[in-house]
Design a protein around this ligand. Sequence first.
Ligand SMILES: [Zn+2]
Length: 203
Amino acid sequence: MARSFKAKQSFHVPARTGKGFPVRKGDLIRITDLHGQQPVDFWAINRRDLGEYLSCEHTKPSIEKLYPGQGDSAYTTHRRPIVTVLEDRSPGQHDMQFAACDKWRYKELGVKGKHASCTDNFHAALKSLKLRLPFTPQPWNLFTNFFINPDGTFAVKAPDTKPGDSIILRADMDSYVVVSACPQDMNLTCGGNPTDIQVEIGR
Ligand SMILES: [Zn+2]
């Protein structure tokens, strides 16, 4: 059964772009993969201290898993929960191993000239909130199927998300949230075809 969710704000985020917005403690954030196989890079930053932000490196020892599942929290650099997974209506692939894609990653993959990136989307979203960070925290890669083999090697596989799959996160502190509909089209991260996502904020 889906939990009740009353949206008070909704953002359509077009393929290859990002969006930043403030949330209050207790707000619910529903992120929907509208067309399937679309990873979403997710960042959350404490509104009162930009030095405290969602950290994959700090989350993994706190939950003793490679990434949070339903009922788990993601933790900050100060080892406090910043968001908690309330409901996961997706196959549950939410990678915490990889840096955001950036212009250097696309150059490495052979792109000549400009290519949209989650890193550029993150900093543009912060700018729209009149904020600035001089670095890029590692995002939590929702709907991302980096498959880790028992021997420590991994495979970049297309996500198993279907159109309309979603996750609901609860904000555990007043935060700035940034999402990026990943523009990776050089491998199977986005199933070869970056598409739009929907973000709703509710209670
Ligand atoms: Zn990306």
